[in-house]
Structures are given as structure tokens and as C-alpha cells.
Design a binder for this molecule. Structure first.
Ligand SMILES: Nc1ncnc2c1ncn2[C@@H]1O[C@H](COP(=O)(O)OP(=O)(O)OP(=O)(O)O)[C@@H](O)[C@H]1O
Length: 293
């Protein structure tokens, strides 16, 4: 089931939380929804679920708005911040209440509890649960209706490294089964190994969208050479772009390490160091979202 967001806009008085935002999330893919704090991720997800009325624009699931879906909780599962657990209910009670509301049957409660690791603390009152346990309980609740679409708002929050590794595998499996997963984060590293596509927003506006690999900048090669002058001149003459951060250090754009080494050999120039440089995904992300409030 494809998710389409078209021209979503939300203003709160003078504050523009989200402005003319459009993107798609496809079935069988994990789409990372990225942006710094306050970028508008939660507001967007709330609008998608009909919890906040958009000022304008639409969000549809398989062509229908959330409110028009026949059984919304069986089509779209969501884990948003502050999932509202009754403090005195145990985790299992919580799942049972939601299973009853959705008419999913008690066997499904045990299934989702097992799937998400909630079984390990199912008998504990929700007020005693850690943030990571709450995340798992929220996920279990969202999965009760076996939905085709999952909207997860910052699901890594409060998870320990083991929990994050588990979440990564879990989310990948959900997508491998053909589900559509939209997962928000303000830290690119968290979803780097989970997401196929990314939607990056800043100040409520789309910055970029596409395959995650597209976020990487182009690679460069750093070389240290005693005859840097001559090497730079030769490379420039052959059409490469060359920077010279230090007298004996060159940064070469547009050639790989093998090509740079071959060029040096053919010109009879000794190289003392040759290092491929690639901006990390985090650097690329900071670059894209820099200059936000
Ligand atoms: N009910 C509201 N009234 C006024 N302003 C709001 C309201 N809800 C959100 N905002 C503002 O809209 C902007 C976007 O907030 P939102 O919570 O959607 O961002 P976010 O990307 O989810 O941030 P975070 O990563 O911190 O959760 C912020 O400037 C926020 O202060």
C-alpha cells in the first residue's frame, strides 16, 4: 500500500510547522523521514493520521485518506510519542484493550507480544516500564491489526544498542513482507542501515527525497606528493579539478584512487600518501539540514 503526501501544510497562528510538503513512501520499502528537532516530522505524521487537521494538503494510504479507510487500524499502524498507556494497566492489559477495540482476538495479543519482546515484561504495570520497553509496547500495539503501513515516530528513542539492532532487523523484516514503513529520526546514523529511501525536511519544508545512497557526496582522493605543483598542473591539464589544501597535499575531484595512482605512474611522479575521501552520511545530512533554526 503506497503512501502519498501532497502539499501538506500546517500553520499554528504565525508558526509554519509544515509547508507544502509532498513525498511518497512505497510498499516493501523503509522510508526514513529525517529532519532536525522541530522540523515538522511529528506534525506531519499526526496530519497523516487525522490527529491534526491540515491547513491544506492531503495524505493518502492506497489512495484513501486515513479517515476514509474501512478498518484504519488494520491498514495503518502508528507509534507516535507519548503512546498514552494507562499507568496501572500491565503491558498485556494494554494490548488486550486495544485488541478488543479492534476485534483482533486475544491470540493476537500473545503473537505481537512475542514478536516485539513485550512477553518478557507483559505482566508489569506500564508505569514501571523503561522508555525502550514503552517503544516495544507501542510497536506491539501498532502491529495488532497486522497493518500494511507503519508510521514510526522516533522509534529508536530510549532503545539501548541491542534494542536498536533488534529494531533495525525487525523493521527490515516488516518491509521485506511488502509493508510500507515510514520511520522518523533526527539522527541519520540511526536509520542509515534501515532505510532504502529518505525524505529530508527542514523548517517544515522538503529538502530532498530519494534513495539513501543519493545523500552521499561525491568522493575525492587526497594525495601527498613532493612534486605536488607538477602533478596538479598535469591533472588540471587533463581535465581533473584539483584543490591544494597544503603545499604538498592535493585533493583531486572526479578520479578514483586507481586512476590517480595510474596518472602519477605515467607522469613519473612519486606519491607519499594516497587516501580516498568520502563525506560520511552524517556530514552530508548536516550539510543538508544546516542553517535550520
Ligand atoms: N500545537 C502546536 N502549537 C504551536 N506550535 C506547534 C504545535 N505543534 C508543533 N508546533 C511547532 O511546529 C514545529 C514542528 O514541530 P514538530 O513537533 O512537528 O517537529 P519534529 O520534527 O517532530 O521535532 P522533534 O524531532 O523535536 O520531535 C515546531 O516549531 C513546533 O514548535
Amino acid at each position: 500500500m503506497n503512501v502519498e503526501v501532497r502539499g501538506l501544510t500546517k500553520t499554528y497562528g504565525p508558526i509554519s510547522a509544515v509547508t507544502d510538503l509532498s513525498f511518497e513512501a512505497g510498499a516493501g520499502l523503509v522510508t526514513g523521514f529525517l529532519g532536525p528537532n522541530g522540523a515538522g516530522k511529528t506534525t506531519t505524521m499526526r496530519m497523516m493520521l487525522g490527529l491534526v487537521a491540515p491547513t491544506s494538503g492531503t495524505a493518502t494510504f492506497g489512495g484513501r485518506r486515513y479517515a476514509d479507510l474501512r478498518r484504519p487500524s488494520a491498514a495503518v499502524g502508528a507509534v507516535l510519542d507519548g503512546a498514552g498507556f494507562h499507568p496501572a494497566h500491565t503491558a498485556r492489559d494494554h494490548l488486550r484493550v486495544y485488541a478488543r477495540m479492534g476485534r483482533y482476538g486475544m491470540a493476537r495479543v500473545e503473537e505481537v507480544a512475542d514478536l516485539t519482546g513485550v512477553s518478557a515484561f507483559a505482566g508489569r504495570p506500564t508505569r514501571t516500564l523503561s522508555t525502550g520497553m514503552r517503544q516495544r509496547l507501542g510497536l506491539a500495539t501498532a502491529l495488532l491489526g497486522d497493518p500494511r503501513v507503519l508510521l514510526l515516530d522516533e522509534p529508536s528513542n530510549g532503545l539501548d544498542p541491542e534494542g536498536i539492532a533488534w529494531l533495525r532487523r525487525f523493521v527490515r523484516e516488516l518491509a521485506a513482507d511488502g509493508r510500507t514503513v515510514l520511520i522518523s529520526s533526527h539522527v541519520l546514523g540511526e536509520i542509515e542501515h534501515m532505510a532504502d529511501h529518505v525524505v529530508v525536511i527542514r523548517d517544515g519544508r522538503l529538502v530532498t527525497t530519494g534513495p539513501i545512497s543519493g545523500l552521499y557526496g561525491t568522493a575525492t582522493v587526497l594525495v601527498r606528493a613532493p612534486r605536488a605543483d607538477e602533478f596538479a598542473a598535469r591533472l588540471t591539464a587533463s581535465g581533473a579539478r584539483v584543490e591544494r589544501p597544503e603545499p604538498d597535499l592535493l585533493r583531486i575531484h572526479g578520479l578514483g584512487t586507481a586512476e590517480v595512482a595510474a596518472a602519477a605512474t605515467s607522469y613519473g611522479i612519486a606519491l607519499h600518501e594516497i587516501t580516498p575521501e568520502r563525506p560520511t552520511l552524517e556530514q552530508a545530512f548536516l550539510h543538508l539540514t544546516g542553517g535550520s533554526r
